[in-house]
Design a protein around this ligand. Structure first.
Ligand SMILES: Nc1ncnc2c1ncn2[C@@H]1O[C@H](COP(=O)(O)OP(=O)(O)OP(=O)(O)O)[C@@H](O)[C@H]1O
Length: 261
């Protein structure tokens, strides 16, 4: 299998504080890497560096075979899309859903102006929303629906890597489940390559093929999902797993994770 992403020796300092300490990571195409670790371990920083929102102090990022420059080209920015915990971060409140989706499609020349309406409708349908949403504005939708729109916007430019940073954490539990199901459906339908961050191991279990564990700015384990949940390599991973009180009632069918007693 080909590598979608390679991260070599990535280091980020915030002043004198080392938020990322020589991170090395490979992500296979068409797979989902679940990134876990306690609050402050550097997960969001890693996501933001890969997405080009933070410039690293050291290290290299390759997307496919292409090294990403510190100053990314429009094409390079398009190839990595990010979904945030708060969907409002990527939805302009003054723009209708039509404007939000068509702006991305036209800016990156994904379709021409004659096809844009059709493509906007297709994108909404992908995230299980109706075409009439196009005339409405972000505030007219629930948090879960806004996250679906943010997902549609991210997918509109056909990225080669989708980064989702706690995309279900701000949602009600029942809505969390449906958004997670959507991610799983899209993953299968579109063969997505994803970096999926969550502090919730039930969510990670439901979505990931591989699990990476961060601690204090370092990557301390990368294992297959099965290995991580049954035979984790590190004591720290065992602690994370045992800290989960009563673990996720099946988040998705097949997503059941029960802690071993
Ligand atoms: N802009 C910044 N300036 C200074 N320190 C920062 C900045 N952003 C993050 N940090 C610090 O860097 C560390 C890593 O933060 P980061 O947000 O990457 O962690 P995280 O694992 O995503 O945590 P959480 O799950 O709480 O979001 C934390 O100690 C945080 O306080």
């Amino acid at each position: 299998m080909e590598l979608a992403l390679q991260v070599n020796n990535l280091t980020v300092h915030y002043g004198g504080f080392t938020a990322l300490d020589r991170i090395n990571l490979n992500l296979q195409q068409h797979t989902t890497l679940g990134l876990v670790g306690e609050s402050g371990s550097g997960k969001s920083t890693l996501a933001r560096v890969i997405a080009g929102l933070i410039t690293p102090d050291e290290g290299q990022i390759l997307l496919g075979a292409q090294a990403l420059n510190k100053k990314r080209s429009r094409e390079q920015r398009k190839m990595i899309q990010m979904i945030f915990q708060n969907p409002d971060a990527s939805l302009n409140p003054k723009h209708s859903i039509r404007q939000i989706l068509s702006e991305a499609l036209l800016f990156h020349k994904i379709v021409g102006s004659t096809e844009v309406e059709k493509r906007c409708k297709e994108l909404l349908s992908r995230v299980h929303m109706e075409a009439k949403a196009l005339d409405r504005y972000p505030h007219e939708f629930s948090g879960g629906q806004r996250q679906r729109i943010a997902i549609a916007r991210a997918l509109s430019v056909e990225p080669s890597l989708l980064i989702a940073d706690e995309p279900t954490s701000a949602l009600d539990v029942s809505v969390q489940r449906s958004v997670l199901e959507l991610f799983n459906t899209l993953k299968a339908e579109l063969n997505l390559t994803m970096l999926f961050i969550s502090h919730d191991l039930g969510v990670i279990h439901a979505i990931s093929d591989t699990v990476a564990v961060m601690r204090q700015g370092k990557l301390v384990e990368i294992s297959s999902k099965d290995q991580f949940f049954t035979r984790p390599e590190t004591e720290y991973s065992r602690e994370l797993l045992s800290a989960v009180p009563k673990m996720p009632k099946s988040i998705l069918s097949g997503g059941l994770y029960e802690p071993r007693t």
